[in-house]
Design a binder for this molecule. Structure first.
Ligand SMILES: C[S@@+](CC[C@H](N)C(=O)[O-])C[C@H]1O[C@@H](n2cnc3c(N)ncnc32)[C@H](O)[C@@H]1O
Length: 227
């Protein structure tokens, strides 16, 4: 963040937070004293209400919107675009379709970056024994089955609310996705304790991981070739 501010100390940074939830990221940036204008989008009106309560600031605009169809001017660009724990909510019929949706989502965000802007992606990773994707595969299709059978198991496992669908990736898969867009840099990895239930699902490790992705700048010769 400080790095972005240093690149252009005379202008106010523009930050877009998609799936801003209760606004905790924006609040942290404001508390850190970063001089920026913020837009926060979220699908959930309830989360936005919480964000509005904690972010009483004229520099923050909060709107109910889908990250796929953002109500932005075509020319609107941002120095920093942030998504935390949003990608695993982009769920299709199959895991391949989920990755396709994540890719579509991120590509669209990369196009919204200003020159030298960065995408800051924070996600939850699930790495399993044997094949790294086994646990998240079981979770993905297990939830689909529960929903298909209309089974409510939330009394046994509180996190498994009816209708919940998520698709977690393993760490390497996340990196492979982001590497397509430019230079990626690991910012932070916070491992979480593996819950006992997940040990039966062959889970080796999980946690929260953050990367910045900066688009590769085309050399003038490459630009001429492309046009
Ligand atoms: C797990 S919460 C994370 C909230 C916040 N980013 C944080 O880290 O505290 C995921 C949020 O993403 C929002 N969300 C999911 N899909 C979205 C989409 N397509 N467009 C905008 N928001 C979305 C949900 O409504 C939810 O508030």
């Amino acid at each position: 963040m400080n790095d972005i501010q240093r690149r252009d100390p005379d202008s106010r940074i523009k930050i877009l937070d998609i799936g801003c939830g209760d606004g905790s990221f924006i609040k942290n940036v404001l508390t850190a004293g970063i001089d920026a204008d913020f837009i926060g989008f979220d699908l959930s009106i309830n989360m936005l209400k919480m964000a509005k309560n904690s972010l009483d600031c004229s520099r923050v605009q909060l709107l109910a919107a889908d990250g796929f169809t953002m109500p932005l001017q075509p020319e609107a660009k941002f120095d920093l675009i942030h998504i935390d724990s949003v990608l695993h909510h982009l769920v299709g019929k199959t895991r391949t379709e989920c990755v396709y949706l994540m890719d579509l989502f991120c590509k669209q965000l990369m196009d919204r970056l200003s020159k030298n802007g960065s995408l800051l992606v924070e996600e939850v990773y699930y790495d399993s024994h044997l094949f790294p994707q086994i646990t998240s595969c079981m979770i993905f299709y297990g939830l689909k089955l529960l929903n298909f059978l209309r089974l409510d198991v939330s009394k046994i496992v509180v996190e498994l609310l009816p209708g919940l669908e998520v698709n977690f990736l393993h760490r390497k898969q996340i990196e492979e996705l982001f590497e397509q867009y430019g230079t990626i840099q690991l910012v932070k990895q916070t491992p979480w304790q593996v819950p006992r239930l997940y040990r039966f699902l062959l889970l080796k490790g999980l946690g929260h991981i953050s990367y910045t992705i900066t688009a590769l700048q085309q050399l003038p010769s490459q630009r001429t070739q492309a046009s």
